[in-house]
Design a protein around this ligand. Structure first.
Ligand code: EPZ
Length: 420
């Protein structure tokens, strides 16, 4: 297995190009199941989760070919509708194929995703909504067995909780349903918005895009043609590198970024002392000499994202004062805390609230990644720790960060990938 070896640096300098968003790419790849044509997708990030979902589609009979800077996905050759455990266990977002496969083929089996490091992560809301649309759902030997022999029917869906992949799944199911589906309490994340915008531009009329109430006008079972599109930039990758600039007091520029997706993150970095130069597709961070403490509560978009919680917790260890970070979306998303404490961080946990008493001097040591965003928090801490930090189990990091070590090395980080 690989591990990352990072030596603490004085500062970084230069420009980092942001890749396409992992969490936009996944629903967009699943969305190709609704298309009768070969779909050309540009700006997909080179990360493991994308490869996993493309492999899943290939296992079902689709063809996925890489051409220079795009992937061409043809799902017209799908013959299988069972997403098996071996793939789903490695990536719970495989659940995103359930809605479109059921809508197109009238039956679908998907292995239950099982637990995840950061929380139980149920999919009850996905299943309840599909049942409301006329699907028969059975759980048998660890698989979801869904059938809709007469197709799915549009109806009014109200999500008890805001669910990102749940919203994407139901929008895709509704796209081929008979009649209209109104989804209330829908997720407004940019990743869901892009998928809705692409569907709306390719034959599936959707009203309320970007709001919490979506109305999808189904095509009554007719597959659609989807024109080439490019995946939006990854706002979480971008936020992670902005934290790298803040924690090392470095002026970094991010290119190919969408600033309007980062309003809550930029606001918190400003509260901690940074300022920014922002253009249409670049952000330059001007960090402060001293980092101020912060109060953060994670909530759904457009509020502060849970996927940035771990990175800000690492940053808060370098703040002069006490920061309070509350995690409201997942019940176990503080596993990076114990690893940061081993580096010397002064953090106390009380339920879902972390109290960070900075400023801590961190020392390099062996640490273990536990989940995707926890891994990036350890990278940030290692950048300012005294000495050398070895981060193990970085397969977690490889799921969602495209060439992280290459991008950081290009701006002066002392980082290398080694074999255990
Ligand atoms: C998406 O996960 C993201 N993943 C996650 O990013 C992100 O942390 C999360 O949204 C929240 O923003 C992808 O987009 C692939 P949810 P998702 O359904 O859709 C509860 C990363 O680091 N819930 O919005 O699985 C759930 O338990 C990953 O890139 C139900 O109770 O999250 C959680 O408390 C990690 N029943 C809350 O809703 C359901 O049926 C939000 O979950 C579904 C969700």
């Amino acid at each position: 297995m690989d591990y990352l070896q990072i030596k603490g640096v004085k500062s970084l300098n230069g420009t980092i190009e942001i890749s396409g968003a992992k969490n936009a790419s996944l629903p967009l790849i699943a969305m190709t199941i609704l298309a009768k044509n070969s779909v050309h997708i540009k700006n997909l990030p080179d990360v493991v989760d994308i490869k996993t979902l493309l492999k899943l589609l290939t296992n079902l009979g689709a063809s996925c070919n890489f051409h220079d800077d795009k992937v061409v996905v043809d799902t017209s050759t799908i013959t299988e509708t069972k997403a098996t455990y071996d793939i789903v266990k490695t990536m719970r977002a495989s659940i995103l194929v359930l809605g479109p496969i059921l809508a197109r083929f009238g039956h679908c089996e998907v292995s239950l995703p099982g637990g995840c490091a950061i929380g139980q992560r149920p999919i009850d809301l996905h299943l309840k909504a599909l049942e409301q649309m006329g699907a028969n759902i059975k759980i048998k030997s660890g698989y979801i067995e869904a059938t809709a022999p007469n197709g799915l029917k549009g109806c009014n869906i109200n999500f008890d909780k805001i669910t990102v992949t749940g919203t994407a799944n139901i929008v895709m199911a509704a796209a081929l349903a008979c009649g209209n589906t109104t989804i209330t309490n829908a997720a407004r994340e940019p990743e869901v918005v892009q998928m809705c915008e692409i569907l709306n531009a390719n034959g599936v009329k959707i009203e309320g895009i970007g709001t919490a109430i979506l109305t999808v006008h189904g095509t009554d079972g007719k597959c659609i043609d989807i024109k080439e599109f490019s995946v939006i930039p990854d706002r979480i990758e971008a936020g992670t590198y902005l934290c790298a600039g803040a924690i090392t007091h470095s002026e970094l520029t991010l290119s190919n970024v969408e600033p309007k997706h980062l309003v809550a993150v930029l606001a918190k970095l400003e509260e901690m002392g940074s300022s920014f130069t922002i253009t249409d597709d670049t952000i330059t961070i001007h960090p402060s000499k001293k980092i101020k403490p912060v109060k953060i509560v994670t909530q759904e978009y457009p509020a502060f994202p849970t996927d940035m919680q771990a990175q800000f917790l690492a940053l808060a260890t370098q703040a002069d004062g006490v920061s309070i970070i509350e995690e409201r979306l997942f019940e176990n998303r503080f596993m990076h805390v114990s690893e940061l404490q081993r580096m010397g961080a002064d953090i106390s946990l009380n339920g879902n609230i972390a109290t960070v008493s900075g400023k801590n001097s961190l020392s390099g040591t062996d640490v273990m990644a536990t989940d995707l965003r926890a891994s990036s928090a350890l990278v940030l801490a290692a950048l300012v720790a005294d000495g050398e930090t070895d981060i193990h189990r970085i397969y977690h990091l490889d799921r969602g960060y495209d060439n992280l070590e290459g991008k950081l090395k290009n701006v002066g980080a002392k980082i290398q990938r080694l074999k255990e």
